[in-house]
Design a protein around this ligand. Structure first.
Ligand code: HQG
Length: 182
């Protein structure tokens, strides 16, 4: 598998495991899992054949560790980023004192009116690393980095979760905890 094919397949897997399992006539369980055998079978039937070894390569090499196998290796799911309803059983965790959110300049007016809201996902996504926030924000347009006072939020009773691949998640970030990075 070359790099291009890996990325293309990985994007298709994100679609299936986060947003639209129906595109390959598959179903996820309430926690977002699907049996690996079923997934491979459905992919083949949909004309997108993938071997177990190729799937393992994708899971291992994915730059953001978007997918995870169950402990016994029989099931797979996306670690975060779903738009369909799943219960990932995240455990609340204490965040670093400050987190970052990368976004596009054109969203700022709205963000500084209502705060960061989760849009079509289940949470607002934040990162501990500036580099990650920059990448995320650049996808949307002219990059702006927002600093989130996660310490003050936590003290005020907001809950934070950390996904298996290190993305920080929370319900919303009210305006008073946001600052545009100079
Ligand atoms: C913005 C990727 C207007 C928000 C990344 C963002 C991440 C508002 C966009 C993960 C707003 C939503 C998530 C408000 C938030 N008014 N705009 N009140 N509140 N926004 O893609 O955080 O590659 O749903 O700033 O790496 O960009 O998929 O969220 O620009 O971890 O694995 O609305 O997606 O991961 O965009 O990215 P998204 P995001 P994957």
């Amino acid at each position: 598998m070359n790099q291009k094919h890996i990325i293309k397949t990985s994007k298709f897997l994100s679609l299936v495991l986060r947003h639209k399992p129906q595109v390959i006539d598959a179903q996820l369980d309430p926690q977002g899992w699907i049996a690996v055998d079923t997934l491979l079978e459905k992919l083949a039937q949909a004309g997108r054949p993938l071997s177990r070894a190729e799937l393992e390569t994708i899971v291992r090499e994915n730059n953001k560790k978007r997918f995870a196998f169950s402990e016994d290796g029989r099931r797979i799911r996306a670690s975060q980023g779903h738009s369909i309803s799943v219960e990932l059983a995240y455990v609340p965790q204490e965040p670093p004192a400050m987190l970052y959110h990368g976004t596009a300049e054109r969203f700022l007016e709205s963000i500084f009116t209502t705060g960061l809201t989760k849009q079509r996902r289940h949470h607002v996504h934040l990162s501990a690393e500036l580099a990650t926030a920059s990448q995320v924000g650049s996808r949307h347009g002219k990059l702006v980095i927002l600093e989130v006072d996660s310490q003050a939020m936590q003290e005020a009773g907001h809950t934070f979760y950390c996904s298996e691949n290190g993305v920080w998640l929370t319900e919303e970030v009210p305006v008073q905890y946001l600052k545009r990075q100079a």
